[in-house]
Write a protein that binds this ligand. Structure first.
Ligand code: BGC
Length: 411
């Protein structure tokens, strides 16, 4: 065989051997905007010759995904990487089934660039076990500009009373005032913002992070539930069980005026080719300006066989690449999980998100989102969900909900 033939034969074999590198990724990014963002990561890996085996498990907030994960780990066959939030990450760290990413982290300087608030969850026993891909925050409101203009709402509400007045106007105009999906995690997402708006950041911390019984049982908490009852009046009759992205779609299409949702909602607006400031507005839940309740999607790497470790390390490095963090988060609606990524590629909502996060971090007004697993572990979160949802559905009144929050905190 001459050299050219040998060269061609090798070239024909190489890509096949290379293509054997693969990762299996479990996630719950199944909406249009989420899938578009995920494609940025898939494309990045595929360019490096790593095949992407997708394991999507629908359901915002990730509860169904966590159930699927438990089954895979129990069967002794975990995926390479799993999208995860907050306390779930450290809970898996305790199980001894996750990989050690310290060498990739050291090589790529993660310690210096990832904010401490995130590192608290990405590390277990001093070891990096997860790569954070973004920082989302839950205290946002999304609004359709045209619907608001028709209803006579010309400035974005900054206080609770202004917000209620605006919701009233939109409802009177014939549109749905508040697009919402009645699912426990969505009800809890509203609750995050209402707690901050009603009691301020110290109250949020005391009640939902420190689980202070006095705060949980206080008149302020009663006011929180009264406000949740107020919001309930602006939701349409078909809200029960609706997916969050369908609710975003109602605002996008002009059927509804407002949605209170984390900034993944922006991904839906962008995916529908809507422009911030022109077609839609983003603003902080009225009364929470200067505060940020965050959640960060991290990819927890599970222990894999030696032959799969190289692809896993590539995935971890790709997630933390500054250029990727910019490209991904521009599409996802979130902001980078690294502090050294410029805001130049981001739209106005993204730029505001980055600025708000940096300021809240500096002023100590940055808190983990209860609704998205960054305030308390899953068992407590679920106990709170239960109270909030039963209250939102009228099964218990405001007073009873306060008493039940106190007992839920002890569960
Ligand atoms: C995740 C987001 C996701 C949203 C809805 C949140 O818990 O952090 O990335 O877009 O759920 O699925």
């Amino acid at each position: 065989m001459n050299r050219l033939v040998i060269g061609l034969a090798a070239a024909a074999v190489l890509p096949a051997a290379y293509a054997q590198q693969s990762v299996e990724v479990l996630h719950w990014w199944t909406s249009g905007g989420e899938a578009a963002a995920l494609n940025v990561l898939k494309g990045n890996l595929e360019k490096q010759g790593v095949k992407w085996n997708d394991m999507p498990v629908a359901g915002g907030g990730g509860e169904a995904a966590m159930t699927a994960l438990r089954a895979r780990v129990t069967a002794g066959n975990p995926p390479t990487a799993v999208q995860m939030l907050g306390f779930d990450i450290t809970d898996w760290g305790k199980q001894g089934v996750v990989a050690d990413l310290n060498s990739v982290a050291a090589k790529e300087g993660w310690d210096k660039t990832v904010p401490a608030a995130l590192q608290k969850f990405s590390k277990y026993n001093g070891k990096w076990i997860a790569a954070p891909v973004n920082v989302h925050s839950t205290n946002w409101v999304w609004a359709n500009k045209e619907v608001l203009a028709k209803a006579g709402v010309t400035t974005m509400p900054a206080s609770w009373d202004e917000y209620i007045a605006a919701l009233d106007k939109v409802q009177k105009s014939g549109a749905v005032a508040l697009a919402h999906g009645g699912q426990p995690w969505q009800d809890a997402t509203l609750f995050d913002g209402v707690v901050m708006s009603t009691g301020g950041i110290d109250f949020y911390r005391k009640a939902l992070i420190d689980l202070d019984a006095k705060a949980l049982g206080s008149d302020t908490m009663l006011k929180v539930f009264q406000r949740m009852s107020q919001l309930r009046k602006y939701v349409d009759k078909d809200f029960s069980g609706r997916d969050w992205n369908v609710a975003s779609g109602m605002v996008i299409s002009g059927k509804a005026g407002f949605q209170m949702m984390g900034d993944w909602a922006k991904g839906e607006f962008l995916n529908a080719k809507k422009v911030p400031g022109k077609d839609f507005m983003c603003f902080r839940t009225p009364g929470t300006q200067g505060m940020v309740s965050f959640n960060s999607d991290q990819f927890v790497m599970f222990k894999v066989k030696a032959d799969a470790a190289a692809a896993q390390a590539k995935l971890a490095a790709a997630i933390m690449d500054p250029g990727f963090q910019s490209a991904f988060n521009v599409v996802k609606g979130s902001v980078p999980a690294r502090t050294d990524v410029p805001d130049t590629a981001f739209d106005d909502c993204g730029k505001k998100g980055m600025k708000d996060l940096a300021e809240a971090n500096a002023k100590n007004t940055l808190v983990g989102s209860m609704a998205h697993g960054h305030a308390v572990p899953a068992s407590l979160k679920n106990a709170f969900y239960d109270v909030i949802t039963r209250h939102f559905n009228g099964q218990i009144d405001d007073k009873k909900a306060v008493a039940e929050m106190v007992s839920a905190s002890k569960s």
